[in-house]
Design a protein around this ligand. Structure first.
Ligand SMILES: [Zn+2]
Ligand SMILES: [Zn+2]
Length: 353
């Protein structure tokens, strides 16, 4: 009789299981339902046995809340099909991917209030050509994959294969494209390094190209990973220590600031929002900055900002672990006394630096 590994493959890098026949990920709790579906049509009893076996597997994320779809990957996930017919939205650094042009147009209309048709009425080749040009400007052909077939985490993510031809000319580039090129350069050098460096074990030691791009590698070298990760965790509200109290205040303040900023966007006029979305002085943007459709989302989406700020708060505190030896510039230093004052009130000596 078949065992669980006849049907499912464990993908350790992503901590998921993929059905070998269907080639998409299945949650452990849905293994039995999956095997009794039309595709596999196994008996309930048989499916339950397989589910029990899968439940014993280590290193598998159990629920959708524990999983995050990456914005992109540098190498395809082998267990999943790779599609080379993806269309990626290029408006507002949105990066949404679909494989249907119709769906992309609908996405533009709903998410960006944008259309390839500039004006109502009229027809003929000139107008069609203009629409085609606008379509090309706002989209990009990409390779893509997805983990799940439906519901949570079923969105496509881009596969940035390193040997992709650079498909843009040098002129008139927006911020997004410059970052994209930086990414491509970084991932190409990453691939290169991997190739020449096969003797060295442990690819998990390899520095993420994005981190390399920020220039932070020398500051993080030698710092204990566990402590670094702990430095970006959400502050514990029930902790006794004064430091956690300070961290909690800062964490919530960043969250509140994000909410205020979002509500500013919500109330701002369209011209203001067109200004607000630019990241470069001479940038031309096709759609104004939009508020979230669900207001509550801003609280969740601002977490990376909270983590960034909290990292500086925590690494500026007196720590028993080796913190990154970075320094603030003058402007940044000026914003620190508030945190510092709070800490001094706690009666702890300031560490010499
Ligand atoms: Zn299947
Ligand atoms: Zn979009």
């Amino acid at each position: 009789m078949e065992r669980a590994d006849f049907f499912f493959e464990h993908v350790p890098n992503w901590q998921i299981i993929v059905c070998k026949q269907c080639r998409y990920a299945v949650w452990p709790s849905e293994v039995a339902a999956h095997l009794t579906n039309k595709q596999h049509s196994r008996t309930q009893k048989f499916a339950n046995n397989i589910r029990e076996e899968v439940e014993q597997w280590q290193g598998v994320i159990q629920y959708p809340s524990g999983f995050d779809v990456p914005a992109f990957v540098a190498e395809p996930v082998q267990e999943l099909p790779l599609f080379d017919d993806g269309w990626q939205c290029r408006l507002d650094q949105c990066a949404y991917i679909t494989r249907e042009t119709k769906a992309l147009k609908k996405h533009w209309r709903i998410e960006h209030g944008w259309s390839v048709q500039q004006s109502r009425g009229g027809s003929g080749p000139a107008k069609q050509e203009a629409a085609q040009r606008r379509f090309e400007e706002a989209s990009k052909r990409v390779k893509c994959q997805r983990f799940f077939r439906s519901r949570a985490h079923s969105q496509y993510f881009e596969v940035k294969v390193a040997d992709d031809e650079p498909n843009d000319t040098q002129n008139g580039r927006g911020g997004a494209e410059i970052w994209e090129m930086a990414w491509e350069a970084a991932s190409a050098s990453y691939e290169q390094k991997k190739k020449c460096d096969i003797i060295r074990p442990g690819e998990s030691d390899e520095v993420n190209p994005w981190l390399r791009r920020t220039g932070w590698v020398p500051y993080l070298t030698g710092c204990p990973q566990g402590d670094l990760l702990a430095a970006i965790r959400r502050p514990d509200e029930h902790a006794e220590e004064r430091e956690e109290g300070v961290a909690g205040v800062v964490w919530n303040a960043v969250g509140d600031m994000a909410v205020m900023a979002e509500s500013g966007v919500r109330r701002g006029g369209v011209m203001l929002r067109f200004e607000a979305i630019r990241t470069e002085i001479d940038q031309v943007r096709y759609a104004p900055l939009e508020p979230y459709r669900e207001r509550e989302r801003v609280r969740k989406e601002c977490q990376p900002w909270q983590q960034m700020v909290i990292f500086f708060v925590r690494t500026q505190q007196d720590n028993t672990w080796q913190t990154p030896p970075y320094g603030f510039n003058n402007r940044q230093k000026k914003s620190v006394p508030a945190i510092d004052g709070g800490r001094k009130a706690g009666g702890r000596p300031k560490r010499g630096r």
